[in-house]
Design a protein around this ligand. Structure first.
Ligand SMILES: Cc1ncc(COP(=O)(O)O)c(C=O)c1O
Length: 366
């Protein structure tokens, strides 16, 4: 087989353990998954109802143009329809961008730690990845700027950043965009956009009008609670959208998923509720961390990166034994921390109890 050289030292994505697996492993009846930043409140109620009555022509290909969803989304965002692209999750849009713009001889710039799929797909395409360490959990945009050279093709900004949850400051972003050459695509991945409560946040969609080389990525997987159905979207200039659409496979989103996204898009109250409850529950975990002298990064997303008083992989394993699936910082490039999705009130009651047990045990062992 003529596998690409880049694949030699790479591994497929390792998914976290499923609820069923953990139940089986530890003989538990209840297991709470707080590892993948999914929505603990489910999805928009109208979607659940719609599903019961859905009629789909099984034998007909989906609308490759995502026409109805496109019209609704364009209206909601106040942009022209030709400035949107839809993907099978924003994951697919990352693949499309890498495929369209990266290859041997090019390079790409991303933070570290950040969402690993940027570097993963850049490497598969044979591009060089320049990783810029976060400073206090924040993107170091000056260092990003210094890393640009004539072969730089794509810059990835993740805001709020996964796994720290930090938001890029708007003024700094604008100063940075002013300096980036127009032939470099700047991706602003806002998978957690709906959870942002920082009053200083200014809608980045407006930036895509002023800076034609910017694309904003968002998704129905998080606050809309439709991770199972894989719908993400990008907002950019018509020229960039046309080129990316050329790489996109023609029927990349199923008819079911398109219809559910259309229905979900109409329920702003569900999103507002999730944003509010997420913030309330996040404060509880932040307070717990403060009481226990554990560092926690400021987060504008639906997860927190929290210090643990032990090896992160051991902490993750111990929480698993209590029925809580979280992500070890060891796997995310942040040793000594775990990333926990903000659950519901009762999920967090249990999580904080399990976390307390862990901390007490470490105290005794010392
Ligand atoms: C920052 C970021 N971008 C993109 C994604 C991919 O989301 P999806 O493909 O479900 O839209 C995720 C998922 O965790 C993420 O954290």
């Amino acid at each position: 087989m003529h596998w690409r050289k880049a694949l030699k030292d790479m591994k497929p994505y390792t998914p976290g353990k499923s609820i069923e697996e953990v139940k089986e492993m530890y003989g538990l009846n209840e297991v709470v998954k707080l590892a993948s930043n999914e929505n603990p409140y489910g999805t928009v109620p109208a979607v659940q109802k719609y599903f019961e009555n859905m009629s789909i022509n099984y034998e007909v290909y989906p609308d490759g143009y995502a026409g109805l969803l496109r019209t609704k989304m364009a209206e909601k965002l106040g942009v022209e329809e030709n400035r949107l692209i839809f993907g099978s999750g924003s994951d697919e849009l990352i693949v499309i961008i890498a495929r369209a713009l990266l290859g041997p001889g090019t390079n790409t710039i991303a933070a570290t730690p950040t969402f690993p799929q940027y570097a993963h797909h850049a490497e598969i395409e044979g591009a060089l990845v320049k990783e810029i360490p976060l400073v206090d959990g924040q993107h170091d945009l000056n260092a990003f700027h210094q890393a640009i050279d004539e072969n730089t093709s794509v810059i990835w900004l993740c805001s709020p950043n996964n796994p720290t949850g930090s938001l890029i400051n708007h003024e700094e972003l604008v100063v940075f965009l002013e300096k980036v050459p127009e032939n470099i695509l700047v991706v602003i991945d806002e998978a957690y956009f709906e959870y942002i409560t920082d009053p200083a946040y200014i809608n980045t969609v407006n930036l895509t009008e002023q800076y034609k080389n910017v694309i904003v990525l968002r998704t129905f997987s998080k606050a809309y609670g439709l991770a199972a159905f894989r719908v993400g979207y990008g907002i950019s200039s018509p020229e960039i959208i046309t080129n990316l659409d050329t790489v996109r496979s023609p029927f990349n989103i199923t008819s079911t998923s398109l219809q559910l996204a259309e229905v979900a898009l109409e329920d702003d109250s569900f999103i507002a509720m999730c944003r509010k409850l997420n913030r309330e529950q996040m404060v509880r975990i932040q307070e717990f961390a403060a009481e226990n002298n554990l560092h926690v990064f400021d987060s504008e997303a639906n997860f927190l990166l929290i210090e643990v008083p032990m090896n992160a992989t051991d902490a993750t394993e111990k929480l698993l034994q209590h029925g809580y699936i979280v992500r070890s910082g060891d796997a995310l490039g942040v040793p000594g921390y775990i990333r926990v999705t903000i659950g519901t009130e009762s999920q967090n009651d249990g999580f904080l109890e399990a976390f307390s047990t862990l901390i007490e045990r470490v105290g005794h062992e010392r």
